[in-house]
Design a protein around this ligand. Structure first.
Ligand code: DP6
Length: 336
């Protein structure tokens, strides 16, 4: 019996991936901040066998994860042809609470893809570029997971201005003003429930969506403008694009058939408070959203104290159990 272990982070998209083609090919390019605190740690114990898989979440056997893992291994066979001839015990845990409403698929799938890459290496199978292949495999488990492999930012999907960008794997993006290397992300837990729309259903809503083609084109343009703002440290433009991307993501869901509203009343309260505070103080504080009601508050580290006291005095009351998580831009996965 042998083992390998990786800790891999979550990420938060600035330009959103929403819509895909078979198999796991994004309809538009996306770019994200890699996070530092929110992460999955996975220890994989392996031996020769017959393809048995046992999964433990926080030490508890969790067979309900099996279909997702099996689906991932099936799809990533070209990278891991050995899985049917081995037995695996997967021990996984997340740094963030299970009930927080934070998606664990990006960190979880990237951690598992990295563990499988380590097994592949141990078996002496040929590997061209370890991290690129891990990103490619993680994509097959969760599209956004492809971006968790690299920090401080990662871009996935072909984009004219990103050299080496690909629909099959993410690339590290570090051509940024230093202010972004330590950007803060305070995650306001407005709603801790299960997601009302799974990613699979959500991406599916883009098939036949009347505004899809325009949206995909817009994402390319937003990515171009965002890259310039990242390079120049232009926070106003950065904030405008990031907030517009978040609202567009939600707008696409409101205008699909069937339609969904993933914001809660408290989400709107928070957004309005952020806009009013920014108008009044001129502090560089912005928001983004994922496909749910929680709000990611983004701001430079230099403003941490003042923004945390704003959150404590004006935003915290809109969070479930008054709770939020403090995170910041990170450097990517680590082997343990
Ligand atoms: C709104 O990566 O969760 O967070 O590929 O089906 O696993 P699958 O989808 P997933 O979608 C993420 C959607 C998003 C935007 C983003 O992270 O870019």
């Amino acid at each position: 019996m042998k083992e390998t272990a990786w800790k891999s982070p979550s990420n938060i998209a600035l330009v959103k991936y929403w819509g895909k083609y078979d198999v796991q090919i994004p309809a538009n390019p996306s770019i994200s901040f890699t996070l530092s605190e929110a992460a999955t740690t996975t220890r994989l114990i392996y031996k020769q066998g017959t393809g048995n898989i046992t999964i433990y979440l926080d030490g508890e056997k969790t067979p309900s994860f099996l279909p997702k893992i099996q689906g991932f291994l099936e799809r990533s066979k070209e990278f891991f042809p050995f899985t049917g001839k081995m037995d695996f015990e997967i021990h996984t845990s997340n740094s963030f609470p299970h009930s927080s409403g934070i998606a664990s698929s990006a960190s979880g799938m990237s951690a598992l893809a990295l563990c499988m890459m380590s097994v592949k290496k141990d078996l002496g199978l040929p590997i061209n570029n370890f991290m690129e292949e891990a990103s490619n495999a993680a994509r097959l488990g969760s599209g956004s997971g492809s971006r968790s492999l690299f920090g401080p930012l990662a871009a996935w999907g072909e984009h004219a201005e990103i050299d080496g960008s690909s629909n099959e794997f993410a690339v590290a993006f570090s051509d940024v003003d230093p202010i972004f290397n330590s950007f803060q992300d305070t995650i306001l837990l407005v709603d801790k429930g299960e997601k009302t729309v799974s990613s699979t259903v959500g991406h599916g809503l883009m098939n036949g969506h009347p505004y899809a083609a325009t949206r995909f084109e817009q994402a390319h343009k937003n990515q171009s403008a965002l890259l310039t703002s990242l390079l120049e440290g232009d926070l106003d433009t950065f904030g405008a694009i990031v907030e517009s991307e978040a609202l567009t993501l939600h707008g696409m869901m409101m205008t699909s058939m069937p339609y969904f509203m993933l914001m809660k009343p408290n989400t709107l309260e928070v957004l309005n408070k952020i806009w009013a505070y920014r108008e009044e103080t001129k502090h560089p504080v912005y928001f983004t959203l994922d496909a749910g009601a929680n709000v990611h508050v983004l701001y430079p580290k230099s403003h941490k104290d003042v923004i945390i006291s704003f959150i404590d005095s004006e935003l915290r009351t809109f969070c479930k159990d008054d709770s939020y998580l403090c995170d910041e831009v990170g450097q990517g996965p680590v082997q343990l």
